[in-house]
Ligand binder design. Sequence first.
Ligand code: GLN
Length: 276
Amino acid sequence: MKVSEALLYCSNSLKEVSDSYALESLLIMSYVLNTSKEDVYRKEEEVLDKTQISFLSEIIQKRKQRYPLPYILKNREFMGLNFYIDEGVLIPRQETETLVEIALEQAKDNSVFLDIGSGSGVIAISILYFKESISSVAVDVLDKAIEITRMNAIKHGVINRLNIFKADFKELKFNDHFDFILSNPPYVKTGNLKNLPYEPHIALDGGENGFKFYPKLIEKSYVMLKKGGFVIFEIDPEILDAVLKEMEKFFTNIEVFKDLGGFERFVFGVKYEGRF
Ligand code: GLN
């Protein structure tokens, strides 16, 4: 089988499981051939050996059962960077890049920020990668997340500016410490988790309405922020009003940002100094 034929085989096999079957086919072939995406096209006339063919069909079988591609390839691109991804951490979504872009725009030089629920570390690490004067603390409740965040921080050369540890954010004791705080907490409604069978539910389950974590997250972030510090949280657009109501208790200059699909996906606020 030639590379060009293998690409066609991938596309035809994946059409029913993925809208982005063409891109997925290219990523799979670059993985099987152990080469860059660009090189896959340059190698179209090359012939796959037996090992590559059985490797390819194994991948296609898994993917046809809707097993997520980033878990197969152990990789996901985020902000143009390649991150190691594996079972046990949430697969980063493209829309979360907007959260990073807002943070990069707002962040002052030499600031220190906290990433609550770092997962694979994509948020904290891409900010550190693009702003060299910044440092960060990342926390997660899952050992696997800590391990993967650490691997990714080393991979992208930011480990010296990132302090990673296992913690439940509710237990943190960093009063008046951070210039800004970011979080993409679990916000999928419990009833919708059945549509996401492969990712850790602890990273997704936001309770009956998807709102469960926000009241404590908002209050605790207020306490941990320096005066004038800001927060950005990712949300489900359906809970926007409830989140805004909580935000108004502690934050000022509140803004809502849309994701690339036009959905109200992020809330921003500055620490309100008049309270307490
Ligand atoms: N945006 C993700 C999804 O809809 C959920 C991410 C989260 O719960 N933080 O699958």
